[in-house]
Every structure is written in structure tokens, then in C-alpha cells.
Design a protein around this ligand. Sequence first.
Ligand SMILES: Cc1cc2nc3c(=O)[nH]c(=O)nc-3n(C[C@H](O)[C@H](O)[C@H](O)COP(=O)(O)OP(=O)(O)OC[C@H]3O[C@@H](n4cnc5c(N)ncnc54)[C@H](O)[C@@H]3O)c2cc1C
Ligand code: FES
Length: 268
Amino acid sequence: MEAYENKPLLVKGKIRKHKLISNNYGEMVIEAPQIAKRAKPGQFVMLSRWQIKNLLLKRPFSFYQINPQEGRFTILYKIVGKGTEILSNSKIGDEIELIGPCGNGFLLPKEANRIALVARGIGIATLLPLAQEASNRGIEIYSFLSAREKSLLLGRDSLESLSFHTFYTTDDGSKGRKGKVTYFLEELLKENKVNFEAVYTCGSKRLAQHIQELQQKFHFFSYVSLEERMGCGIGACKGCVIRTCHGYQRVCKEGPVFPLEEVMFYER
Ligand SMILES: Cc1cc2nc3c(=O)[nH]c(=O)nc-3n(C[C@H](O)[C@H](O)[C@H](O)COP(=O)(O)OP(=O)(O)OC[C@H]3O[C@@H](n4cnc5c(N)ncnc54)[C@H](O)[C@@H]3O)c2cc1C
Ligand code: FES
């Protein structure tokens, strides 16, 4: 992946498409050419469609689809609180304030032939543009998707269409296997059936820890995209730090993508 300058811009965008997916999720296309042209898989935008007097801080959202030609990008969001509730009431043409692209995106090794993407729930949002880029480069993608139930396997058709193989797990067994999403990954690694140049994950710290355990057994490169509550999104407030083997690092500035083996999920 090419190196790029990482200076987020403050711009206005316009909502061009918006649909609610079930009661708790929405998908929104935003026109903001200055951001869409620079956005890379794994990066995110800080966004507000509200006034400071109603809600102080912008909220971070991953790029779910990036369309630089049209100057647009898409976000996939889950309604969890006041900001996402306001977002869900947006109309086409509404103005939105953005800071982005923020953070560092995924590294895709130059020589990669095959990668694995492991997502839980809304974690698919940041992995889909990576899958698109990998597919454009002819890289074989194995996808491992997990959610509470079938209807929460969001974006599965898009990811499946880019993947060589897609494995599903749900907590209730309504699609694929019941149980841990890492089951299939471990089986493939155990039987030495496939080698991955890198394994990418997002959506659950517990899942990331399982992959860390597999990493110690099977020795592969892995990257995790982390989510922490954010104040500024641009490295100024230090509100989003996590512990790594290099000390505390800011998820918004040094991340949100980290080499998985560097992240310390527990005190050691
Ligand atoms: C880099 C990054 C990328 C993200 N990408 C997406 C995305 O593509 N789609 C998406 O739906 N969400 C994404 N998120 C999470 C999203 O930013 C939060 O859900 C959102 O800020 C919630 O705002 P709110 O005002 O609706 O909820 P709040 O009222 O702020 O919070 C409601 C509840 O959600 C919890 N919460 C809020 N933010 C986070 C967080 N970052 N991590 C864990 N718990 C949190 C709070 O503790 C609280 O319990 C991302 C977060 C980060 C840091
Ligand atoms: S959110 Fe302010 S430093 Fe990361």
C-alpha cells in the first residue's frame, strides 16, 4: 500500500443516500470529495450532524465504502446513543460536519497472495474497503464473519462477493456454525491447509484476543482495528489511549489499526 500524508481536513459534507437497516442500523452515503479522494481502508471520519449545544463531540465512523471518483463514501452505523440516534433521523440533502480522513489505515503487504478477514458484527464496516482493495489486487480473501444472529451479519453479501471463501458463525446457530468465529480459522491453520500473509480483525476485543492466542501458536502477521471512545479524533486530547508493548498509544492517531501482537489487552 502506498504511503500517504495523514492530515485530516475539516469540511462540510452532504448526505446523498440514507437507509435504515432494521431498527438498530443505518447506511449513509456522504458526499465530501476532499475526504473521499484521500480516504484509505481502515481510516475513519469524525462526524457531527448536530449543534454543539445539543451534543458536544463529533463521533468516529469507519469508511465502509469509498468512491473517490464520485467524491462519496459510505458509513454503516449502529444506533447506540444520542449521536447515532440523531444520525438515524437524517434526511437526504442534510449537511454534516466532518474531520477526516483520520488515523492510519491497513497495511496490505506488497507480496500478499492470500489474506483472512475476521469480523464480528459492525466490525465488518472497516474491513469491507480492505477486501475491495485486496480483490482489486487479485489477492485471495478468506472471510470469517460472526454475529449474534443471521440478520446481524451485515454487509455479508458484499463481502462474500469479494471473497474466495466465507465462513459464518452465529451465537444462536441461525447461519453457519454456532460458537466461536475463530473455530474455522483455527481448523485451517491447524491442518496447514492454507497460509495467510496477514489476518485482519475488527469488532470485538475478545475475538482479537483469540486471534492473538492463535498467532502465538501458528505465527502469522495480524492487524487489529480498535475502537475506543474519542474526544478529538486527531491526537490532541489523549482520551483514546490504549496500552501497547511500545507504551500508551492513541487509537485516533497511531491507530486505529495496530499490529495485533503489540496490543496489550490485559495488564501484564
Ligand atoms: C475508529 C472508530 C471507528 C468506528 N467505526 C464505527 C462504524 O463504522 N460504525 C459504527 O456503528 N460505530 C463505529 N464506531 C463506534 C461509534 O463511534 C460509536 O458507536 C458512537 O460514537 C456512539 O455515539 P452515540 O452518541 O450514539 O453514543 P454515546 O451516547 O456516545 O454512547 C452510547 C453507548 O455506547 C458506548 N460507546 C460509545 N462509543 C464507543 C466506542 N467507540 N467503543 C465502545 N463503546 C462505545 C458508550 O460507552 C455508551 O455505553 C467507531 C469507533 C471508532 C473509535
Ligand atoms: S481522541 Fe483525542 S487523542 Fe484520540
